[in-house]
Design a protein around this ligand. Sequence first.
Ligand code: FMN
Length: 216
Amino acid sequence: MDALEAINTRHSVRDFSSKPVDKDTVMKIMETACRAPSGGNGQPWEVFIATGATMERIRREYQERAKNPPAAPPGGPPPQPAYIQARMAQIRKERVELLGLDPNDPASAKVFMEWGARMFSVPVLAIICQDKEIKNNMDLGLFIQSICIAAKGLEIDTFIAGAFCSHQDILRKELEIPDNLNIITGVGLGYPNEENIINTYRAPRRPVSEVVRYKD
Ligand SMILES: Cc1cc2nc3c(=O)[nH]c(=O)nc-3n(C[C@H](O)[C@H](O)[C@H](O)COP(=O)(O)O)c2cc1C
């Protein structure tokens, strides 16, 4: 698979099969992602992998937490601009409709919450962290996309999701993530559950003619 094909065929898988990914393959993906560029070659990424019994323990603890979800902490990130909110609403609506549910029914949100609680059945979870002293996430973004493309090159699917990091205390305890690191996001790796229609969903993209201003 060439680079263009890997980039064009990568998409978020939201329900994984139980087929495992072996350690050598995971490490090969991570080693490849370590080729990502970074400002000053700082390479600020730190990765904590959960799989096997550790992953199952985390999953169980997340499911327990979902039974009595803690109140959202005050504050939170500032609201996104309206046009971003509109794009988010569009993909949510399309995904819910694909499942045959009514996007106007608040109960439709429950499906994704349940999948989130079982961590989308992912067999391998990479938690991506960075020193708290570093405020810029650009290098991490390059690293994370490199994980996804390297994985795709080995025919392994991925899912970048903030939802994997809903309970950071659980991740810190189970993966021994030290306090000096911020948890940036989680990347699930594995093979898709071919029976779940959600994995056929492809999020739309803005046309390149709208994105790029080209002058010669
Ligand atoms: C930093 C980041 C966090 C994300 N968090 C979530 C999440 O919590 N839940 C979710 O369903 N998708 C999440 N996504 C996936 C995006 O919704 C997805 O990448 C986008 O809709 C484009 O779809 P595609 O990945 O299938 O091309 C996240 C993506 C990124 C890059």
